[in-house]
Design a protein around this ligand. Structure first.
Ligand code: NAP
Ligand code: ZN
Ligand code: ZN
Length: 352
């Protein structure tokens, strides 16, 4: 096989689970016929980036370049590209390819395709080695995995929609959250604050559960009708058996059973948080009231485009704190202390 043609871009990578992220240079493939070459303007910082950089899920290949909330400008397109032209503002989320032929791909659920290629965390089918994410000056992605962005929104605040947005939008839609329902969102971080915004936009009565009492006023401003400090057992008991649906967005160990007990008959708890270690589920909170517990992974390409268009129509973006690329290691430490309001976004101009 001929060596694929490549060019280099500046990036930030981790050399091992113990190393901080540091400047580096990485290879990107030269755009092929269906590829879009993108100059990255902004990249959101997902807690998954931190889990991955530190190999908490045990599949990281090093060097690791995280970043899957990418907003950029098209600077070149392959001869066969139909949907995009030079100058377009575009997004790339957690996926950069999939098999395109399996039942999941045909149904638009590329996130469940066993052949999916993640933006980082997969093996690069063209260049080999691990796929390298968006903490970089540029990226090359096949056009079917590039998203159109609404023109009316702040592009930096759109970046987190590409993961935090779709990861909360998709389960809320799947479980048909809407008017007349009482819905809980657990954890006011990047995912949680988008979950609050979407659940409110879909017309539900929204209750935010937090371990950080200092986030109460923000949660109300972001759209919650009520805020519960989850360490307060009396407040938790007051809501027992009353929820239709709870979306758990927590990144670390916590008690799932406390949230199962909040559900009504046939209520559902969906976990989107992906903590490093297994979480214990007790039998009784599930078998009483026929409750269910499930998970959800990002969203497919059609639903991600639907979510972006919905955000454009409803003026929904992420609340962000912009950082320079060289502040990423501090940002990770702050994320571990739940000190994010409510998503860090890297201004990629700081890497040039
Ligand atoms: P984040 O911004 O760090 O937010 C996590 C929030 O969880 C914190 O702000 C905090 O909220 C709460 N929390 C943290 N430690 C806690 C603890 N020990 N006990 C209880 N609550 C705690 O993270 P994120 O980017 O939103 O990501 C959240 C999780 O979702 C991560 O595990 C990430 O990998 C995962 N994820 C999954 C998918 C998917 O497709 N399923 C996609 C993206 C991310 P309070 O201060 O309000 O308590
Ligand atoms: Zn993510
Ligand atoms: Zn497939």
């Amino acid at each position: 096989m001929p060596t694929p043609r490549a060019y280099s871009v500046k990036a930030y990578s981790a050399a091992s689970a113990q190393s901080p992220l540091a400047p580096t240079t990485i290879a990107r493939r030269e755009p092929g016929a269906t590829d879009v070459k993108i100059d990255i303007l902004y990249c959101g910082v997902c807690h998954s980036d931190l889990h991955f950089a530190r190999n908490e899920w045990n599949f990281t290949q090093y060097p690791a370049v995280p970043g899957h909330e990418i907003v950029g400008r098209v600077v070149a397109v392959g001869a066969g590209v139909k949907k995009f032209k030079v100058g377009d503002l575009v997004g790339v989320g957690c996926l950069v390819d999939s098999c395109r032929t399996c039942p999941d791909c045909r149904d638009g659920f590329e996130q469940f395709c066993t052949g999916m290629v993640m933006t980082y965390g997969s093996t690069d089918p063209i260049l080999g080695g691990g796929t390298l994410g968006g903490y970089a000056q540029g990226i090359v992605v096949t056009e079917d995995f590039v998203l159109r962005l609404p023109e009316n929104l702040n592009p930096a605040a759109v970046a987190p929609l590409l993961c935090a947005g779709i990861t909360t939008y998709s389960p809320l839609r799947h479980w048909k959250v809407g008017p007349g329902q009482k819905v809980g969102v657990v954890g006011l971080g990047g995912l949680g604050h988008m979950g609050v915004k979407f659940a409110r936009a879909f017309g539900a009565h929204v209750v935010l559960f937090t371990t950080s009492p200092g986030k109460t006023a923000d949660a109300l401003r972001l759209g919650a009708h009520e805020v519960v400090v989850s360490k307060d057992e009396a407040q938790m008991a007051a809501h027992a058996g009353s929820f239709d649906f709870v979306l758990d967005c927590v990144s670390a160990q916590h008690d799932l059973n406390a949230y199962l007990n909040l559900l009504k008959r046939d209520g559902n708890l969906t976990l989107v948080g992906a903590p490093e270690k297994p979480l214990a589920v007790a039998a009784f909170p599930l078998i009483f009231r026929r409750r269910s517990f499930s998970g959800s992974l990002i969203g497919g390409l059609p639903e991600t485009q639907e979510m972006l268009d919905f955000c454009g129509r409803h003026g929904i973006t992420s609340d962000i704190e912009m950082i320079r690329m060289d502040q990423i290691n501090d940002a990770y430490e702050r994320m571990l202390k739940s000190d994010v309001k409510y998503r860090f976004v890297i201004d990629m101009a700081s890497l040039r």
